[in-house]
Design a binder for this molecule. Structure first.
Ligand SMILES: Nc1ncnc2c1ncn2[C@@H]1O[C@H](COP(=O)(O)OP(=O)(O)O)[C@@H](O)[C@H]1O
Ligand SMILES: NC(=O)OP(=O)(O)O
Length: 311
């Protein structure tokens, strides 16, 4: 059966530097084009944590050291990250399609995602962005720039920013028109540029929306059949990293909710994926979510691997 699939790409699909990203996306394009070649309609979303942090820090540093460089607001940095990542992704996918004799149009839509200005996330920053730092470097950044720095799962310190929930996608009609006309669309990159509605205006806010929640939102809007979250693990586990670790192939709603309650999924990494996957699968009868690795996307959709969340 041919499905409409929203694919959310994790950090391992992109890398950290322009050179690394340019190389990595060539590999990322292969499983994406496998899905297109199998006849599925594919819509792509991706993260931007490392990239938006890098852009923001670079612009801040430049504006301090060079009087001619203006300060760049945070939402503009999010928009830059969408363009930068979308540019690499769309070219890699285009090339992979052409190499297989498929002349399918691919484009990135600069996408704004509407959030609630009263979302409690604005007073409780949780989304890690940018590089990892030592405790000393983190303290210095915090003192110099006023950044909120937190320890990230034993991997070092990272800046955190607010991460409000997505409510709606401003460019949804454009995305839908392109998808309906068989274009491969890259949208809600980095979770979308967070904006609040003020009358007829959309005003950017300094935050980073979780790309898994934004992907679930656009999947609902587009009436997709599948949400596929591609990350670094082939399956989701309970007791992850422990002696009694158990990899899961299928989860129904009640099991998923129970495992969330029991704390099996790490906040800031697997938990938002599980919550987004569950939310999408529950939003309409027949909808399914799959969490698997980039390399296993094709086998995942064929039911061979991955963790499927469905009724
Ligand atoms: N219960 C779990 N099952 C599987 N992986 C988990 C679990 N809890 C935490 N993880 C970790 O979450 C990671 C995915 O989160 P993250 O790296 O933030 O994702 P991405 O950058 O792909 O969006 C996995 O690679 C794994 O290390
Ligand atoms: N916006 C977002 O969720 O980015 P990461 O996936 O890189 O954290």
């Amino acid at each position: 059966m041919k499905d409409k699939i929203v694919v959310a790409l994790g950090g391992n699909a992109l890398g950290k530097t322009p050179k690394e990203q340019h190389e990595l996306v060539k590999g990322t394009a292969v499983p994406i084009v496998d899905l297109i070649a199998a006849g599925h309609e594919v819509v792509l979303a991706h993260g931007n944590g490392p990239q938006v942090g890098m852009i923001n820090l670079a612009m801040e540093t430049a504006s301090v050291s060079d009087a001619g460089t203006p300060e760049m607001p945070f939402p503009e940095c999010g928009a830059m990250s969408q363009g930068y990542i979308g540019y690499h992704l769309q070219n890699a996918i285009r090339e992979e399609l052409l190499n297989r004799g498929m002349d399918v149009p691919v484009a990135t839509v600069v996408t704004q995602v509407i959030v609630d200005k009263n979302d409690p996330a604005f007073t409780n920053p949780t989304k890690p962005i940018g590089s990892f730092y030592s405790k000393e470097e983190a303290d210095e950044l915090s003192a110099k720039k006023g950044y909120n720095m937190v320890e990230d799962a034993g991997r070092g310190y990272r800046r955190v920013v607010p991460s409000p929930r997505p409510i709606d996608v401003a460019e949804k009609a454009t995305v839908k028109a392109l998808v309906d006309n068989n274009h491969v669309v890259i949208t809600v990159g980095g979770g979308g540029i967070p904006v609040v509605k003020e009358g007829n205006k959309l005003v950017g806010v300094p935050a980073v929306i979780d790309k898994d929640f934004a992907s679930a939102k656009i999947a609902e809007i587009l009436d997709a059949d599948y949400l596929i979250i591609l990350t670094a693990v082939e399956k989701v586990a309970i007791n992850f990293g422990k002696e009694n670790e158990k990899w899961l192939s299928k989860l129904d709603f009640a099991e998923t909710e129970q495992y969330i309650k029991e704390g099996h999924f790490a906040p800031g990494s697997m938990l938002p994926k599980i919550e987004a996957a569950l939310g999408f699968a529950k939003s309409k009868s027949g909808r399914k979510s799959l969490i698997t690795s980039l390399e296993k996307a094709k086998e995942g959709i064929e039911g061979i691997t991955g963790t499927l969340i469905t009724q």
